[in-house]
Design a protein around this ligand. Structure first.
Ligand code: AP5
Ligand code: MG
Length: 191
């Protein structure tokens, strides 16, 4: 069983590539951003809480996020492997994920980090704002805040996996197919 952390800043292509990787490898895709957005749409209490952070481009607190991720993973007891998209986003989340998987006799196989220059991230998200309906795409100041929060709070999570010799940087520019090919090769190389 392979469990992958698909890492990268806002707009790096995590969601786009996850869909292709699910088709190819049969992973269960867990995107904390998607789960929060489904809760906002369903007007749940969790959605209301998450929205107050997401609309500003801030991180939702670790305790609620970790609990939600664990519940979502536990809902797939027969999964043959997970792709984690947008999680872990803090070192505390990474530590919690390791402990959660360890209890099941599992582990993260690798972190694949999509590398995309900031100017391209902003261009992609500004373009997506025309159609996504995502409140956090609509305002360039919120996009900038998401990138700043990523650099300050999330980028250090890479060191957690570097320390376990599980980190691989992936060129995240070029065509969607080319990037998928790089990810596929990297995943096939993981035990
Ligand atoms: P989340 O939903 O995870 O958003 P994000 O990290 O900001 O990333 P995006 O979903 O915007 O980008 P992506 O990397 O998936 O790229 P995509 O494939 O869409 O999180 C949202 C918020 O939820 C956070 O800000 C936070 O508040 C909260 N949250 C979520 N997880 C949390 C956690 N663990 N802890 C605390 N809070 C959390 O691609 C982007 C665009 O580019 C698309 O339009 C796509 O079509 C296009 N594109 C993709 N690939 C290419 C390419 N190769 N060339 C050109 N365009 C491309
Ligand atoms: Mg996404």
């Amino acid at each position: 069983m392979r469990n992958i952390v698909l890492f990268g800043p806002p707009g790096a292509g995590k969601g786009t590539q996850s869909a292709l990787l699910v088709d190819h490898f049969g992973f269960v895709h867990l995107s904390t951003g998607d789960i929060f957005r489904a809760n906002i749409k369903g007007a749940t209490e969790l959605g209301q809480l998450a929205k107050s952070y997401m609309d500003q481009g801030k991180l939702v607190p670790d305790d609620v996020t970790i609990r939600m991720l664990e519940d979502s993973a536990n809902a797939h007891p027969d999964a043959s492997g997970f792709i984690f998209d947008g999680f872990p986003r803090t070192t505390a989340q990474a530590v919690a994920l390791d402990a959660f998987l360890d209890e099941k006799g599992q582990a993260i196989s690798g972190m694949l980090a999509l590398e995309v220059p900031e100017e391209e991230l902003k261009a992609r998200l500004a373009k997506r704002a025309e159609t996504s309906g995502r409140a956090d795409d609509a305002d360039p100041a919120v996009i900038q805040n998401r990138i700043d929060v990523y650099n300050a709070e999330t980028a250090p999570v890479a060191d957690h996996y570097r320390g376990q010799d599980k980190y691989a940087g992936i060129v995240g520019t070029g065509t969607i197919e080319d990037i998928f090919g790089r990810l596929k090769t990297a995943i096939e190389g993981l035990s």
